[in-house]
Design a protein around this ligand. Structure first.
Ligand SMILES: Nc1ncnc2c1ncn2[C@@H]1O[C@H](COP(=O)(O)OP(=O)(O)O)[C@@H](O)[C@H]1O
Ligand SMILES: [Mg+2]
Length: 269
């Protein structure tokens, strides 16, 4: 059986109609980012304002793509939502909790239990097998070894990588390593899956596979994804795209989806 929380999430999920006007929706945003500023002040040299007043709402079930040129503030933004870094000012509210008020212990616990990360360089543990890399995530969260291994195996089956279970990262292709890293993010019952340029080290075929897997995870499990990418074609997988320029959002668009088209059509009948 696949991890219980994944079944639960998918069955409880209402299909997300991204074209809907959320401002009139009664559902609160899963993430509310309110006027965040992040200034870097190196001891020597000129201060840099990496983010200069960014506000954004992310709804449950969205696949958000954050795009823009190199240096526009994308990674800074993702690190702030991921509680890896703290804003100079402004608030980040996740699932109703103002994370700006967290102490260091609360930040660490929230990162461990409520957020999943997928990195450019995969970040698998080299001396753990594919199965152990996924199971380790569950062990950190207090699962027994038996349950962790069972769920890890089911996740590998879902990824179509069951025959790679006993291989080490160095024995796997980059594409396989990144899919295992996505599996590790997926087994965690997190609010958000955060990915910073996850295809940057992959060839085009593996990039396509990884993007399709993220899209599938979003559709099948209603997993909320924030993807940072400078590849504009990758924004086609998302249903909400924001563009950064010089630390500000210059566009914020929700895409048409089949669902939103159906909603609109029925309202004209
Ligand atoms: N730790 C840091 N110290 C100083 N400047 C930084 C640091 N991290 C990022 N910056 C600067 O902040 C700006 C935004 O960087 P970043 O968020 O990494 O952009 P992107 O991910 O869009 O390429 C850049 O000018 C970058 O040089
Ligand atoms: Mg970056």
């Amino acid at each position: 059986m696949f991890p219980a929380h994944l079944h639960q999430q998918s069955s409880q999920m209402t299909p997300y109609a991204s074209g809907r006007d959320h401002s009139s929706s009664s559902l609160p945003a899963l993430v509310s980012i309110r006027n965040i500023v992040r200034r870097y002040e190196p001891p020597e040299g000129v201060p840099i304002t990496a983010l200069n007043g960014v506000s954004l709402e992310i709804y449950k079930g969205e696949f958000l793509a954050v795009t823009g040129h190199s240096g526009s503030g994308k990674s800074t933004f993702l690190n702030l939502i991921g509680l890896i870094d703290e804003p100079s000012s402004g608030d980040i509210i996740i699932n109703g909790r103002n994370t700006s008020l967290f102490n260091e212990k609360e930040r660490t616990e929230f990162r461990l239990n409520a957020l999943s990360f997928v990195f450019q360089s995969f970040n698998l543990i080299e001396n753990f097998t594919a199965l152990e890399n996924i199971a380790f995530q569950l062990r950190l969260q207090g699962y027994s070894k038996r349950d962790a291994h069972k769920q890890a195996q089911e996740t590998l089956n879902y990824l179509g990588l069951q025959d790679r279970a006993r291989l080490y990262p160095r024995e796997l292709s980059g594409g396989e390593q990144q899919r295992i890293a996505i599996g590790r993010a997926l087994v965690k019952d997190s609010f958000l899956l955060l990915a910073d340029e996850p295809t940057a080290h992959l060839d085009s075929k593996n990039s396509q596979n990884v993007m399709e897997l993220l899209s599938q995870v979003n559709r099948e499990f209603g997993r909320t994804i924030v993807l940072v990418t400078h590849e504009t074609e990758e924004t086609a997988f998302a249903n909400h795209t924001v563009t950064f320029r010089d630390g500000r959002i210059t566009s914020d668009e929700r895409a048409e989806t089949e669902n939103s088209a159906i909603i609109r059509k029925t309202s004209y009948v």
